[in-house]
Design a protein around this ligand. Structure first.
Ligand SMILES: NC(=O)c1ccc[n+]([C@@H]2O[C@H](COP(=O)([O-])OP(=O)(O)OC[C@H]3O[C@@H](n4cnc5c(N)ncnc54)[C@H](OP(=O)(O)O)[C@@H]3O)[C@@H](O)[C@H]2O)c1
Length: 326
């Protein structure tokens, strides 16, 4: 079986989780890792058995033995790094959000189109088995016409401080781009582009959203979504139709536990999660790459662009502006 050789750039929190899951998947290997800090790169390479480690990202992009690059740095660098990797002919799996705004997402898509390489946003929930089962139930019209979606994502990150990536605007701080993107994804995925959006935010004095609510309205449905770094919360998602409901248990974006309710009868389904759950996006990226596909049919470029456009619209209503917008 042909194998996919991965490179990872930006060796922080998510890169560690991803590398752990990568090791669980048979037809791929960790070829190279790169960090701005050479000691971190060497240690990461040792821990996850990468063949090469680099102290700058461009050297990894130049490595002829890397097929796919996972961009795991902070949001403001996603676009420039994705475009640079693509220019070196690499396929790219870019952490969410793919860009700071729709303009950046368009630029990445343009680069991937011109280079004819694989590109996907690492919206891992899309590939989670419980999400796939939910999707299947909806395709089978089990719960009828969808009328209401409610999803939230919040945790208490207040103690991380104003210079952390959660709160510093220069680091892409704010709940929408980091975690609000998940509820937004759920509403958009099942109901599409809304007719109208209403958003309201609690902003920090640095101007990023530490708390945000938004409603997507459709002719005959509403999606009510929320994200916050200010408090903990039990994160369930609800998808309700005229014939029944689906509940995704806490924390819904990574859950293996879902429930279908029809006429008051509950059908619970438990789907085991392999590793931390990043395995499914890795399998999808490997499969696309090995089959010569430039995009996944499950999470297409246009879908990444649509959610970037929706996030821009929410930010416009709530006056959240990043340096990348200027
Ligand atoms: N899918 C998920 O479940 C999930 C979970 C968490 C985060 N994420 C996404 O992953 C990305 C990284 O998040 P994280 O929690 O892993 O972040 P992190 O641990 O704070 O940082 C990740 C890496 O970004 C680079 N970096 C950090 N601060 C920087 C700065 N001031 N300037 C330039 N580079 C800097 C560093 O790379 P070097 O090693 O090169 O120095 C760092 O190791 C974010 O875009 C986030 O949205 C996704």
């Amino acid at each position: 079986m042909k194998s996919v050789r991965w490179g990872i750039v930006g060796l922080g929190n998510i890169a560690n989780k991803f590398a752990g899951d990568l090791a669980l998947i048979p037809n791929c290997s960790l070829q190279a890792v790169a960090s701005s800090d050479s000691a971190r790169a060497n240690e990461f390479a040792r821990k996850y058995k990468a063949k090469n480690s680099y102290s700058n990202y461009t050297d990894l992009f130049r490595d002829p033995e890397v097929d796919l690059v996972y961009i795991a740095s902070l949001h403001p660098s996603h676009a420039a790094l994705s475009i640079e990797a693509i220019k070196y002919g690499k396929g790219v799996l870019c952490e969410k959000p793919m860009g700071m705004n729709a303009k950046q997402v368009k630029q990445i898509i343009q680069a991937a189109t011109e280079a004819n390489v694989f590109l996907m946003e690492a919206l891992w929930t899309r590939f989670n088995p419980a999400f796939e089962q939910t999707h299947q139930w909806i395709l089978e019209n089990k719960i009828g016409n969808l009328r209401y979606i409610n999803a939230t994502f919040s945790f208490n990150g207040l103690n991380r401080g104003v210079d952390s990536r959660l709160f510093n605007p220069e680091k892409g701080g704010g709940s929408l781009l980091d975690i609000g993107i998940y509820p937004l994804f759920l509403g958009y995925h099942f109901l599409g582009i809304p007719e109208t959006i209403k958003a309201s935010a609690v902003l920090t004095k640095e101007g990023v959203d530490e708390q945000l609510g938004f409603i997507f309205s459709y002719p005959k449905a509403q999606a009510i979504m929320y994200s916050s770094f200010a408090h903990d919360e039990d994160m369930q998602a609800r998808i309700c139709g005229e014939l029944g409901e689906i509940y995704m248990n806490s924390r819904w974006h990574e859950t293996g536990e879902i429930k279908l309710v029809l006429n008051g009868k509950e059908y619970s389904k438990s789907l085991p999660i392999n590793g931390k759950g990043y395995t499914y996006e890795i399998i999808e990226a490997n499969s696309c790459f090995l089959n010569g596909k430039t995009q996944s049919s499950k999470w297409k470029w246009q879908q990444s662009l649509d959610i970037a456009i929706l996030m821009d619209a929410i930010r416009k209503q709530t006056n959240i502006v990043y340096p990348a917008d200027n």
